[in-house]
Design a protein around this ligand. Sequence first.
Ligand code: ME8
Length: 518
Amino acid sequence: MKGRYYITTAIAYPNGVPHIGHAYEVIATDAIARFQRLDGFDVLFLTGTDEHGIKMLQTAQREGLTPAELVARNVPRFQAMVERFNISNDDFIRTTEARHKEACAELWRRMAAAGDIYLSKYSGWYSVRDEAYYAEEETTVREDGVRVGPQGTPVEWTEEESYFFRLSKYTDPLLRYYEDHPEFILPEGRRNEVVSFVKGGLQDLSISRTTFDWGIPVPGDPDHIMYVWVDALNNYVTATGLLNGGGPRTDYWPADLHVIGKDITRFHAVYWPAFLMSAGLPLPKRVFGHGFLFNKGEKMSKSVGNVVDPFALADAYGVDAVRYFFLREVPFGQDGSYTPEAIVNRTNADLANDLGNLAQRSLSFIAKSCEGRVPTPGDLSEADRTLLAAADAMIDTAREAMKTQQLHAVLAAVWAVVADANRYFAGEAPWALKKTDPARMATVLYVTAEVIRQVAIMAQPFVPRGAAKLLDLVGVAADARGFDRLGPAGRLQAGGVLPAPEPVFPRYVDPDAPVKGA
Ligand code: ME8
């Protein structure tokens, strides 16, 4: 084992059903978690739901439910989404769980013991949609007279007694931390935004509410409940047991990577490290703010009616295809747009044609011409060596790209080898060699199968189902699929018996398209 690796997603508000942005985040995080596991790390992968706060309460009221009823109805949909997309999370945390309430009370006590919490009166602007306090200068008045915060959501004037956290005290320590850890916040553009926000000076933060009670009570003053972001951020620590008296997971803290969307960078890169410094806990190593997905270039919103149901996408195109499309097409960290045509074009080209057909053609040829056994290679030609070298080099490129979570670059490197293998296979034309030079044919088929083995190992984090099936087809045992088996270490053994080939990545055919000849 190379060491522990703790990775998390944001925890979603279950105030509605999951949308494709939620699916995108768990898919990307899952690819990283699977990559690290295959690379020999002892991974803890956490996701879950953020169930308190005024937004949840108001949604429940609008629907004539109690907040507890609302979460009881919606959380299973989030759990089902995680399952549907083949997410390999080790835990699913709900902020209404007892373990979490205990951990939050302990966090609060530690911040209070550090002298960082005081009682005062809050008056200012609050956005329920963002669950965020904004300074007056961050708000603007829209043409229709509605005052909105920096994310464009309405803010309302709020005045109440509140506990405050001495965030101002952490301005310099935070700036020093960003300076000493230039890769704490990625991508770089997001880091620059955070640094300039903090340089502007931080004001103390209101961290409790008294006007509703759907939340975690403040220790010693149950008239107050904790500000939902104090509660929410602490989920990452709760899952390790560190603030619940210990247990087997405590050594996973600090987290290696918090994967979040760009709109919640401030909470993760400013508030969260400040709370942790105050509580005397180590800081996470990285916060990665991914981009937003847009439907045909438009922002998804319930009022526009273009919110895409991730279950419908999975049903239409398949889980592997949806996973592959978003991770290959959207440079991780940037915004992405998608259309049904783009999903079909990309996955038919890369999965069905380039990889799927290559595997189907070469493996059926092996089945027919080599008695269904891994062929025995002869001396390697220049072309054989070049292709094998390209396959052997994938993992180094991939590890380098993964240092900064460049998932699309990993896939680009792997599919560059798939393209090489297709050119090789077409150029060597094993079907012609069958009559003229069967020994050379065997070598070409061996090299092709070996490259498929390595491509499939590399593809596991992204298209887990299809990659596993490919590995079955080239006869790779379940315990020989880790990255330590890449390169010469795990070369296919000549003579190994292979199962009957079958197609792995189906081509998407529009169910409504006119049938040819009909
Ligand atoms: O923010 N494209 O919950 P949430 C990509 N509970 N990502 C998107 C997206 C889109 N169109 N829309 C949302 C919350 N996201 C808090 C998090 S963490 C301690 C608490 C992302 O349900 C969003 O950026 O509004 C966030 O990372 C995640 O989905 C959950 O969003």
